[in-house]
Each structure stands twice: as C-alpha cells, then as structure tokens.
Ligand binder design. Sequence first.
Ligand code: ATP
Ligand code: MG
Length: 171
Amino acid sequence: MFAIETKDLSKSFGKTTVVKGINLQVQTGEVLGFLGRNGAGKSTFINMLTGIIRPTSGSFSLLGIDGPSDHVKKRIGVMPDYSSLYGNLTAKKHLKYLAGVSGKTVTNQQCIDVLRSVGLEEHANQKAVKFSIVMKKKLGIAQAIIHDPDLIFLDEPTSGLDAESTIEIQQ
Ligand SMILES: Nc1ncnc2c1ncn2[C@@H]1O[C@H](COP(=O)(O)OP(=O)(O)OP(=O)(O)O)[C@@H](O)[C@H]1O
Ligand SMILES: [Mg+2]
C-alpha cells in the first residue's frame, strides 16, 4: 500500500491544463517535497488530493483508499496555503472550529497539547488574526496534526518567513 498513489491525475481550468498526467507513488513513512515555480500547479495538485477540488481526469488513492473519500479525510491533516480563515477566533477556538468543519472531534486537552508542541501554548487564548506570519504557520501546522493523522499535507509551510523562522518551522 502507498501513502499516496496518483494515476494520470490532471486538472484543467477552462482550456488551460494546469496539472498534466501526474503518476506518483509515495511510500508510507516517506517525506516528499514538491518544488515548482509560482503557478506551476503545486497547490492545485494538493487540493485535488485533499478533496478541495475535483480532478478533471485520472485517479488517486490515499492510504490505500480510492479518493476523494470522506472516510480518508479524517485520517489526513492539511495545512492550506492561505491564512484568510484565521478570522477573529482565538488559536484554541480556531483549532476546534476547523476540526469540527472536517468532521473530527478534538478535546480541549488535544488543543492545548498541540499548541504546546508547536510553541504557541502562551498564545492559546489570543486572537489568531493578530498573529505574526510565523505564528500563523505554526497554527496551520497545529491544525494539520491535531487529530494525529496518518498523512499530512503542508502547502507552503515556510513561504514569507525569514531565515530564522524557516529553520524553526522545519525543526
Ligand atoms: N480556481 C482556479 N481557476 C482558474 N485558474 C486557476 C484556479 N486555481 C489555480 N488556477 C491557475 O492554475 C495555475 C496553477 O496554480 P497553483 O496555485 O496550483 O500553482 P502553485 O504551484 O501552487 O503556485 P504558487 O507557488 O504561487 O503557490 C495558475 O496559473 C493559476 O492561476
Ligand atoms: Mg501554491
């Protein structure tokens, strides 16, 4: 079983093909970095796998389950490339809200534990909208890992960060 397997996965917007016939196999335990210029189609590819958009053609499976599937969504964690969702909620409420939206139930303790693991425990009750970029990235990682998923997608985890913050996020 592969963690990710795609077969001829493609996405077009109108007449423009953005992702063209990707065949990929990612082993369980493997960390895969996806590099490409701006507009290359990285987010589009990830968004197909995480169920945000539908492929135009081709197929994929995650953790051995044919996608897109609601069943597998509970076993994956996603850090999206945008921060517009952070809104006016505190870091803790933000985590609970987003987990709820994707059908996952998380306890208060899980929220506190995951915020500690990314170094945001002192900011748990602060509004995320006021966070710095690196704090938002940390919250994005917390959001992706809070339910102990088997597979994690991180879109642009270090974009916009200074060198020091980049190393911190990588660690
Ligand atoms: N919903 C959409 N409708 C039309 N075109 C889109 C849509 N989403 C993405 N595109 C186009 O598809 C192409 C790939 O975009 P995508 O965001 O996947 O690239 P990327 O590799 O993630 O880029 P970046 O490094 O800027 O994040 C771009 O030309 C973009 O304008
Ligand atoms: Mg992108």
